[in-house]
Write a protein that binds this ligand. Structure first.
Ligand SMILES: Cc1cc2nc3c(=O)[nH]c(=O)nc-3n(C[C@H](O)[C@H](O)[C@H](O)COP(=O)(O)OP(=O)(O)OC[C@H]3O[C@@H](n4cnc5c(N)ncnc54)[C@H](O)[C@@H]3O)c2cc1C
Length: 402
């Protein structure tokens, strides 16, 4: 199998990590990404050991070190904290995932920075502006058809094309996207010294959720890198296209994830940034002065509406030359901050399975079947737990057994 070639539809977090891992393993691949570049989509991502250790396995050493150095400084308490609007602590609980300790545990990253790190060194295999449309597979090969009429042929196709995956729609058409109807918005405020002084201290812990007791919440997370990004890039990956990011606080406003019982919020999709800002200001009326100030400091150009959607859990399917990874097969609500971490986990696991196939240790379909079986055992329980309305309660212990 010396000419073994992997086609990857989608250059998000999972698809890029897979490409890095395959490159490291000496396996040829090509990534087809619909967007013209690495776009701004979302801000801070909570990281855990599942995703962080997958990055260690897939990235070259300098880029893994760059990920660590551009990760958020280690907070005093690596906890998820629930606060009332007066800043009073209601509960704390550990983040889910395997042990995450040591001098530089996995904390949080700026999403675009992580994607830029993941894209570094992939110029020869990463094709922007190429949208996957459908595939044709037989016993010997798989062909990926692209929207410009061209196509690419490989031994395996990996659908890493997110929740609305065209590859999954063809492979597993019965799996539905579930729209929770939950709506909200996310934004960032620059983290300045004077803002930090007035913010409740618990907002600097691992992650904070402010509940208003009316079925709406604000998730608040600090991003302040361990080392200035430009300095770390100059040292570890000179010339890499990785943008500067100042420290910030991510602020969301939306339905409580457990609040199929809470009030329906309006669909903010057509509101202007100023209207969205006013909505979150109104929600923080009477809150701790540091929370009111934080909301006041939101940069309006960063506010975007969001909707919570997830996938039905797929029944087991027969392995083939076409497989799936990340949100394309297990998009989940962000209850535990586990979606991107799980996509990275998949990437590292799939690299190991494809290495087994390429080096003749296992037949290809057996290797893919093992990858898919491990994903069902390790990620589907997190997916189920994330969609459980009880996930918002401190004493709720998610059942993560396979
Ligand atoms: C509000 C919110 C907060 C979150 N917070 C966290 C968190 O803190 N921690 C965490 O672990 N997870 C979090 N997640 C989940 C996380 O964002 C996703 O699980 C993660 O982005 C999945 O990565 P992916 O690579 O599978 O898919 P995506 O990131 O969706 O990437 C898919 C890529 O495929 C491309 N694409 C789509 N269609 C095509 C096509 N037809 N052809 C070619 N390319 C295509 C897209 O342009 C995109 O680049 C959060 C999600 C939300 C909504």
């Amino acid at each position: 199998m010396s000419s073994f070639h992997v086609l990857i539809a989608g250059g998000g977090i999972g698809g890029l990590c897979l490409a890095q891992g395959l490159k490291r393993a000496g396996i040829s691949c090509a990534v087809y990404e619909a967007a013209a570049e690495i776009v701004h989509s979302g801000y801070r991502l909570h990281m855990n050991a599942l995703g962080g250790e997958a990055l260690r396995a897939c990235l070259p050493d300098n880029l893994y070190e760059l990920y660590l150095q551009t990760s958020r400084r280690t907070p005093e308490r690596e906890m998820s904290v629930m606060l009332d609007i007066h800043g009073g602590e209601i509960w704390t609980r550990p983040h889910i995932g395997p042990p995450n300790e040591g001098p530089r545990p996995h904390t949080a990253v700026n999403r675009r920075t992580l994607r830029q790190i993941l894209a570094t060194g992939l110029d020869d295999v990463l094709h922007f502006g190429q949208t996957a449309v459908e595939y044709e597979a037989d016993d010997d090969e798989v062909r990926l058809l692209l929207d410009d009429g061209s196509s690419a042929v490989g031994d395996v196709l990996v659908g890493a094309d997110g929740i609305h995956s065209v590859i999954r729609s063809q492979l597993l058409p019965e799996v539905d996207v579930i729209d929770t109807g939950m709506r909200g918005m996310w934004s960032i405020a620059p983290l300045t010294d004077d803002l930090a002084e007035v913010m409740p201290a618990a907002l600097f812990d691992g992650f904070a959720i402010v509940t208003r007791g009316d079925g709406t919440i604000s998730a608040i997370g600090v991003y302040d890198p361990r080392r200035p990004i430009a300095e770390a890039v100059a040292d570890l990956a000179p010339g890499a296209e990785i943008g500067h990011v100042d420290p910030y606080v991510m602020v969301t406003y939306g339905s409580d994830l457990g609040a199929e019982r809470g009030p329906a919020l309006p669909d903010f999709a057509n509101d202007s940034p100023a209207e969205l800002h006013d909505a979150i200001r109104r929600a923080m009326q009477g809150a701790h002065p540091g929370l009111v100030e934080l909301v006041e400091r939101i940069d309006e150009s960063t506010i975007s509406p969001s909707a919570i959607r997830y996938l039905e859990v797929a029944d087991p399917w027969p392995p083939s030359r076409v497989t799936l990874l990340g949100d394309a097969i297990h998009a989940m609500p962000p209850s535990f901050g586990a979606g991107a971490n799980s996509a990275l986990r998949d990437a590292a696991c799939l690299v190991r399975s494809l290495e087994d196939a390429v080096h003749g240790r296992k037949p290809l379909l057996e290797a893919i079947s093992e990858y898919e079986g491990q994903m069902r055992a390790e990620v589907f329980p997190i997916m189920r737990a994330s969609a459980d309305p009880d996930a918002v309660h401190s004493d709720h212990v998610p059942d993560l057994a396979g």
